[in-house]
Design a protein around this ligand. Structure first.
Ligand code: COI
Length: 343
């Protein structure tokens, strides 16, 4: 039995089945299978444990009131998965295996998809090197698998303003590194600053660029947007930040709704001055897990600065309602973003 939205939390419950396929250097991909959700047996010398040769993705399925089940832009996740795979020297997963395998798995598990507002079925594909060896080189044996988790909001308070601490010592990534790949190392290296932010009463960390510590990169679980009235601004894809699929969707959606949407470098000093002067009226993050999450205050060094009135802004609310409306079938999808599962 699936819990109601507010009780679900994020990523704590998993469904009965999983998708699994093995790749071998000598023979390529074997036949993919859907099997009971179960633990793996991997040799303690498995390369993923030592050198972290692994990537993942995150996407969602929604069960509509009419019973249909929709995936949101799975082709984009398939492409980004293979870009990450290329960066980590993992074998590409054929787009058909990725998208059709997920569609078939979700169809079988459709009863697990929660229907309360703000809930969905989170889909987590993973690819990792499992060869048992200690030399540093790409593994000759890799596993691709997908697990499913019925989820509510990623952040404890749901669609409510969060607080963010701007990190000016540690860095998440540099252009040329792995910042634009969805690999666990980016998240492991974010934990120290995350704890520091929590100790200081903030929910999350806003990363600055790794070279000058001056330009806004991303939050780790989200890309960041700032609204100057009816213009929304986000950092460009510099090579160090993740090319968020929700980020891309919000840019298109904002333009469709008549807002201006800009991708340009955001210098932190100017940003804080613009927030203090009231020129920045709203801030929000975007991500598959986070959807659109309002940001109510920013901490930088000794200062804590409220954004706008610290609540949920008008633009943020409209983008959230439209995006979640498209995903849940309440609003027409002018972009062809949905891929229905089953008949
Ligand atoms: C997602 O938004 O799907 C992510 O992978 C972020 C993760 C921190 C949950």
């Amino acid at each position: 039995m699936v819990a109601a939205g507010s009780e679900l939390g994020f990523g704590k419950v998993f469904t009965d089945r999983m998708l699994f396929a093995e790749w071998r250097e000598e023979s390529g991909w074997g036949v993919a299978r859907i099997q009971p959700y179960q633990p793996f047996s991997i040799d303690p010398a498995g390369m993923v444990f030592h050198y972290g040769q692994a990537i993942f993705e995150g996407l969602k399925a929604y069960r509509w009131q009419d019973g249909r089940v929709a995936l949101f832009r799975p082709d984009m996740n398939a492409r980004r998965f293979n870009q990450s795979a290329d960066r980590l020297c993992l074998p590409p997963v054929p787009e058909e295996l990725f998208v059709e395998g997920i569609a078939r798995l979700v169809e079988l598990e459709r009863e697990w998809i929660p229907t309360a507002p703000g809930t969905s079925l989170y889909i987590r594909p993973v690819l990792m090197g499992v060869e048992a060896a200690l030399g540093i080189r790409p593994a000759d044996r890799c596993w691709f698998y997908v697990v499913l988790s019925p989820v509510g909001a990623y952040y404890r308070n749901g669609f409510a303003p969060t607080s963010i601490r701007v990190e000016d010592r540690y860095v998440r990534a540099v252009a040329g590194g792995t910042g634009e790949a969805k690999t666990g190392a980016n998240y492991a290296s974010s934990l120290r600053a995350g704890l520091k932010a929590k100790e200081q009463g903030f929910d999350q960390v806003l990363w600055l660029d790794g070279k000058e510590h001056r330009y806004v990169d991303e939050v780790g679980s989200m890309n960041m947007f700032f609204a100057y009235g009816d213009t929304i601004v986000t950092a460009p894809l510099s090579g160090a930040i993740l090319a968020g699929i929700t980020r891309d969707s919000v840019l298109s959606l904002a333009r469709e709704l008549g807002y201006r949407a800009e991708e340009r470098p955001i210098e932190v000093g100017e940003l804080l001055a613009d927030i203090e002067a009231g020129r920045v009226t709203e801030a929000f993050g975007t991500g598959t897990a986070a959807v659109i999450t309002p940001v109510g205050r920013l901490g930088y060094r000794e200062r804590t600065i409220p954004v706008g009135d610290g609540g949920v802004g008008r633009v943020t609310q409209r983008l959230y309602d439209t995006l979640t409306g498209i995903q849940s079938g309440a609003v027409a999808d002018p972009f062809g973003w949905l891929r229905f599962v089953g008949k």
